[in-house]
Every structure is written in structure tokens, then in C-alpha cells.
Design a protein around this ligand. Structure first.
Ligand code: ATP
Ligand code: MG
Length: 397
């Protein structure tokens, strides 16, 4: 048993000693069987949420009505979810009602994919009612039960299937693929926020190429914000090695570039994905920087972070790999700029007012900008004395 499970064992034991059933479930069991790095260790139990809360000193209620309590144990947190079935699916979204039950097998049956529907006991035995192990061995993504039914219950599962394809490098089972083609338009009923989470994970997966091509092949892409008319661009984008990118800002900037979304439309596109304002602004800024030459002024305007992101994206588009040497050169070129921002300038607006002996006005910022440009491009050294002399040779504002 992996260290991640061993650390979580006391939580399982506490539940079991109180007379309940408790198992590790979901992604961690899948990753352990695949010998992949384990993400979050999730626990399922027949104890009701109130009972879970009473058994542990430190808990957080994150959705009791859905059965989930977070248990804090030493330095870790675990989601402990009561066995449940889901009923009354409305509008192809998540269920409006859940029922707590006592059967592990029933709980596993409501899960999306066979590879995600295995459980592990406290002594490391894997319980696999739906052929998850076999599907992992054959590298197949397959739904638990009939795919049409499962996609009609919750249409997000179609996008999740393609997301796992990307992360694990698996293929879709034939029935799963056909059901996605058939049911794809149901994805329109799913909230953007849920789509965004899955889509970002899909892009970062090691098989993003095949996954993006599958989105196109099945037609699922038409239900993603801003993609409807972007079929050809998506196919181009599928060649981009997104997994080299390290931030959401870079990810969305690369997408803006590959989809050839013009700067004026960028914010609207990013808004449609409901990204945080900060991510949107930075992504658009990186995409804007991308198209520019690397002269002193454009490096200065970009700032170090966006500059490096833009260079990274450009490199990946050209060679599909990162050149650390080249990135270092760009960083050094940026570092050697005489100033990094207006506040590094040896002269201030107040100095200008005194020097010119004129009332404040728009001219102050205009003059500062002229000085800024001259200093950044190396025409003028950033010393107060020099700047003052330079100003004397310029026209009075
Ligand atoms: P990751 O490592 O990316 O977190 P994961 O398998 O843990 O992968 P989650 O999205 O965290 O995936 O979901 C946890 C588990 O909950 C899944 O393994 C699956 O069993 C179940 N699950 C999640 N979303 C759905 C869904 N829409 N329908 C059915 N089951 C789901
Ligand atoms: Mg998870």
C-alpha cells in the first residue's frame, strides 16, 4: 500500500472501529493500480454525514446534503462521502436529490467510468465490480453501465471521458465514443464552470493532442464556449504541447493564439469560460505580447512574466520543446533594461513641475512618457542630471 493510503488509514480505521464500512475510492485507487502519482485520497462510508462529524475532532462541512464532509487528519484533508445513489436528474445536470444508502457496490455504480469506480479496503484489497482493472490494462475509457443513460443523467461525463483520455493516454471504448457522438448536444445544459475545470485538465494531459482531436471528431467541441466556428483552428491547436505550460494564464494565452482570436475579441472569449478577471487580463496580455518583436520597448511594456510566457509559447509552437538557454537569454535581456517601470525613473512628475515652472496638466505625463521611452531605448541615461539637460534641449511643452 502506498504512503498516501497509509497516512489516511487512521481515518478509515476510526470509521470501521465505530462499526461502519469505509473504503478508499475513486481516482486514488485508479492511480495506485496504474502506479501513477496519487492525487487526493477520497473515502466512502456508510456512516451518515452527522456521524462522520461526530467521530472526528476536526471536520469541515462542504456539502452535507450531498454527503461530503472533509476530515482534517494531521497535516492532510480527506473527503469522506456517504454512500449514495443519485436520482431525479434534471436537465442532464447533476442530480437534484441524493439518497444515502448502505451498499458500496451501489455507490460505485453511480460513478462515471469503470476506472473511477473501484474501491480499496483497509488491507489493500481492490474491489472492482465493473471491470475497472481490465479497462486499465487495455487502456480503455468506458462508462459504468450504458453510456447513453449515463450521459443523459449528467452530460458532463462526456467531457470527463475525453479529459481522462488526455490525462491517461487511453482510448474511448467504441460504445462510449458512439454515445458521445449521439448525445453531444446535451453538454449545452451543463454549467460553464464545470466544463472549464474539465477542459483545463484536458489541455494539460499528456495526450491532449488525441483528446482535442476527439472533441472535434465527436462534435463535442461545438458545445464548448467560443469553439463553434473554430474546428480547423482546434485541429491546429491539437498539435500544441500544452502540457509544458505552467499556469492558467499561459494555457489560455496559448489557446487564444492557436484559435487566432483577435485581441479585441479575447476578453469576450475568456469571459464566456467564466475565468477570473486576473487570469483573463494576464492571458490577453501574454497573447498581445506574443505577436511583438523583442525590442527594448516591447520587453519593457510586457513585463518579465508575460514576456517569458510569450517566448515560451512561441518556442513550443515552433519546436514543441523548451529551450532553457534561450529563455535564460531573454530573461537576461529583460534584466538589463535600464528601468523596469516608471517608478524607476530618476525624475518624477513633481520634478518636472518644478523644472518647467508651469501649472500641472496633461503635459506632465506626456513628458514623462517621452523620458521613459528615451531611457528604455538607451538614448538617455537614467540620471537626474542627464535627464534635466536633455529636457533643456527639448521644446517647452
Ligand atoms: P483527479 O485525479 O483529476 O481528481 P478523480 O478521479 O479524483 O481525478 P474527481 O473529478 O476528483 O476525479 O472525482 C472523484 C470521483 O468522483 C471520480 O473518480 C468518480 O468516481 C466520481 N465522479 C466525479 N464526477 C463524476 C460525475 N460527473 N459522474 C459520476 N461520477 C463522478
Ligand atoms: Mg479528485
Amino acid at each position: 500500500m502506498e504512503q498516501d493510503f497509509i497516512k489516511a488509514l487512521p481515518v478509515l480505521r476510526t470509521l470501521i472501529e465505530a462499526g461502519h464500512q469505509a473504503y478508499f475510492v475513486g481516482g486514488a485507487v485508479r492511480d495506485s493500480y496504474m502506479k501513477r502519482t496519487i492525487g487526493d485520497v477520497d473515502i466512502a462510508t456508510d456512516a451518515a454525514p452527522d456521524q462522520v462529524e461526530r467521530l472526528f475532532k476536526r471536520t469541515v462541512d462542504v456539502g452535507k446534503e450531498h454527503g461530503t464532509i472533509i476530515v482534517l487528519w494531521e497535516d492532510d484533508t480527506y473527503e469522506v462521502t456517504t454512500f449514495r445513489t443519485e436520482s431525479a436528474y434534471e436537465d442532464y445536470r447533476r442530480p437534484s436529490e441524493v439518497h444515502f444508502i448502505t451498499s458500496l457496490e451501489e455507490d460505485l455504480k453511480r460513478r462515471d467510468l469503470t476506472i473511477n469506480a473501484m474501491a480499496m479496503t483497509a488491507d489493500g484489497q481492490v474491489l472492482d465490480y465493473f471491470g475497472g482493472k481490465k479497462d486499465i490494462d487495455q487502456q480503455l475509457i468506458r462508462t459504468v453501465g450504458k453510456p447513453e443513460d449515463r450521459f443523459q443523467e449528467d452530460a458532463l461525463r462526456m467531457l470527463r471521458a475525453v479529459r481522462f483520455m488526455s490525462q491517461l493516454g487511453f482510448t474511448l471504448s467504441k460504445e462510449t465514443e458512439e454515445a458521445i457522438i449521439k448525445e453531444k448536444t446535451l453538454l449545452s445544459h451543463v454549467s460553464v464552470e464545470r466544463k472549464t475545470i474539465e477542459f483545463e485538465k484536458l489541455l494539460l494531459g499528456k495526450a491532449s493532442r488525441e483528446a482535442i482531436q476527439m472533441l472535434v471528431h465527436t462534435g463535442l467541441y461545438k458545445e464548448l464556449p467560443g469553439f463553434y466556428h473554430k474546428r480547423e483552428n482546434l485541429l491546429t491547436a491539437s498539435e500544441f504541447p500544452f502540457s509544458f505550460l505552467t499556469s492558467r494564464e499561459e494555457l489560455w494565452a496559448a489557446l487564444l493564439i492557436d484559435l487566432q482570436i483577435e485581441l479585441k475579441d479575447a476578453m469576450l472569449f475568456l469571459k464566456a469560460w467564466k475565468l477570473p478577471g486576473k487570469v483573463m487580463k494576464e492571458a490577453a496580455h501574454i497573447a498581445d505580447t506574443f505577436g511583438q518583436s523583442l525590442d527594448a520597448m516591447s520587453m519593457y511594456k510586457a513585463g518579465e512574466k508575460a514576456l517569458l510566457s510569450a517566448v515560451k509559447i512561441s518556442m513550443l509552437r515552433q519546436t514543441k520543446q523548451l529551450n532553457g538557454e534561450r529563455l535564460k537569454e531573454v530573461r537576461e535581456a529583460y534584466q538589463s533594461l535600464p528601468i523596469k517601470s516608471l517608478k524607476d525613473l530618476a525624475i518624477t512628475g513633481r520634478d518636472l513641475l518644478a523644472l518647467r515652472n508651469q501649472p500641472a496638466g496633461k503635459w506632465v505625463s506626456e513628458e514623462l512618457q517621452r523620458i521613459e521611452q528615451a531611457v528604455v531605448t538607451g538614448k538617455l541615461s537614467n540620471q537626474k542630471k542627464h535627464i534635466e539637460e536633455w529636457l533643456k534641449t527639448c521644446d517647452q511643452p
